[in-house]
Every structure is written in structure tokens, then in C-alpha cells.
Write a protein that binds this ligand. Structure first.
Ligand code: SAM
Length: 221
């Protein structure tokens, strides 16, 4: 499968599932205090850089998390491969900007964002395409900017990635240390990670990872 094949398949799958996904997850942060805590820490870190500059929620889905970031006083826009998802996001949050786009080829200038959020969107990136996506995160972030990535952990140290059954599109779990190392190679240094054990109510018995990283500030470069 080429990069464009996998993106086309992911886009089509989320176009078909957009209404169901939005209905199931629009309120999902309500019962996720640790997710909210990491989003709050991310927002505070971004605001601590002086604020003003923009944050992008990449793979934003129906925009509920984008709107949550806006409620934390961030200037935020959402980007998603699925036009149906972007349509729902625009309808639900007309005050925010949402664009159709690919994480592997962002229509954003270099070094302009103070924050990038990728929450359960890199899970659909095949391992051979992940470097291009991480390159884009590093390219669009300004020096000192912050990245928050959410994903499920692969469980074996022998497995950097594990393909798993996902209701919408093929998806991968990542080894947190491996992802952290890939980020470090791109000048994005891990600053914190939160790993939550699965709850009995979770759809999947996987550990959830939120990994925060920061692009090397100019002073330290
Ligand atoms: C599991 S949903 C997560 C949505 C939202 N971030 C959340 O936290 O609920 C994954 C989303 O990522 C988008 N996505 C996956 N791969 C993408 C890519 N390469 N570029 C842009 N969006 C992508 C999908 O279209 C889908 O809306």
C-alpha cells in the first residue's frame, strides 16, 4: 500500500463512520479526567511560551477536542483527512477553523505553531509512513513549541508497533520509548508521559499513552 492508498482508505473509512464517531465520542472528555489533565498541562505549557501563536489539532475528527482546547484559551484550528469529519466539526463549532488535510503534508508554514495535538490520529499511520508525519510535526512547530501525542501502547518491548483490530480503519499501537526516540531524532524532546492502565469499561484492554514533547528552543539550539 502506498502512502496515498492508506490515507485514501483512512479518509473513506472515517467519512463513512463520521456520524457514529461524533455521536459516541463528542462528550468523551467528560469521563476522562487524566486526558483533561494532560490537555490542560499542554495548554498551560503553550500559553507559557507567550501565547498568541496558533495550535493545530491534527486528526481532529469532529472537533470536540479542538473546542476543548479553545475553552482553555488557545488559538486553535483543526485539520483532518476526512471531509465528513471536517463538515461535522464546522457545523458544531462554527467559531473555529477546520480544514481538510493530511498530517504527512500539512498546508502550514515552517516553525509557526506553538502547539500540535495529535490525539489518536497517528494510530492510523502505517509504520513506514510515521517518519513523514513526525517530520511534519517538527517542521510546523516553532522553536520552544509543544507537542502532545495520544496513542495506545504496544505491550511487548520486542514490538515497536502492533497492528490491532480497530472498528474504523487499520490501526497500530506504538512502543512509547520508540516513539519518543523518533521524536528526539527530530529535535522534539519528551518532557512528560502519562500512561493510564485500561479500565474495565474501556473498549480495548490497552494502556493509553499521552506523550508531551518540546521542540528545542532557539536559546538551547
Ligand atoms: C480515532 S479518530 C481521533 C479523533 C480526535 N483526535 C479524538 O481525539 O477523538 C482519528 C482521526 O484522525 C484522522 N486521521 C487519520 N490519519 C490522518 C492523516 N494522515 N491526516 C489527517 N487526519 C488523519 C481520521 O480521519 C480521524 O478523524
Amino acid at each position: 500500500m502506498t502512502a496515498s492508498d492508506s490515507l485514501t482508505a483512512t479518509r473513506a473509512a472515517y467519512d463513512a463512520a463520521a456520524d457514529t464517531y461524533a455521536r459516541l465520542f463528542h462528550d468523551s472528555l467528560r469521563d476522562a479526567p487524566l486526558d483533561r489533565a494532560m490537555l490542560a498541562a499542554f495548554a498551560e505549557a503553550v500559553r507559557g511560551e507567550g501565547g498568541g501563536a496558533e495550535v493545530a489539532d491534527l486528526g481532529c475528527g469532529p472537533g470536540h477536542v479542538t473546542a476543548h482546547l479553545a475553552s482553555l484559551d488557545l488559538v486553535v484550528r483543526g485539520v483532518d483527512a476526512s471531509p465528513a469529519m471536517i463538515g461535522l466539526a464546522r457545523a458544531d463549532h462554527p467559531e473555529l477553523r477546520f480544514d481538510v488535510g493530511s498530517m504527512a503534508a500539512l498546508d502550514l508554514p515552517d516553525a509557526t505553531l506553538s502547539g500540535v495535538l495529535s490525539r489518536w490520529s497517528v494510530i492510523h499511520t502505517p509504520p513506514n509512513e510515521l517518519p513523514a508525519v513526525l517530520d511534519e510535526f517538527a517542521r510546523v512547530l516553532a522553536p520552544g513549541g509543544h507537542l502532545l501525542v495520544g496513542f495506545w501502547a504496544s505491550e511487548s518491548p520486542d514490538h515497536r508497533t502492533q497492528l490491532f483490530d480497530h472498528a474504523v480503519a487499520p490501526a497500530y499501537r506504538w512502543c512509547p520509548d520508540h516513539l519518543s526516540a523518533l521524536l528526539r531524532e527530530r529535535g522534539l524532546t519528551e518532557t512528560a508521559r502519562m500512561i493510564r492502565e485500561p479500565l474495565p469499561t474501556d473498549r480495548r484492554p490497552f494502556r493509553e499513552v499521552h506523550l508531551l514533547a518540546r521542540k528545542t528552543p532557539v536559546d538551547d539550539a
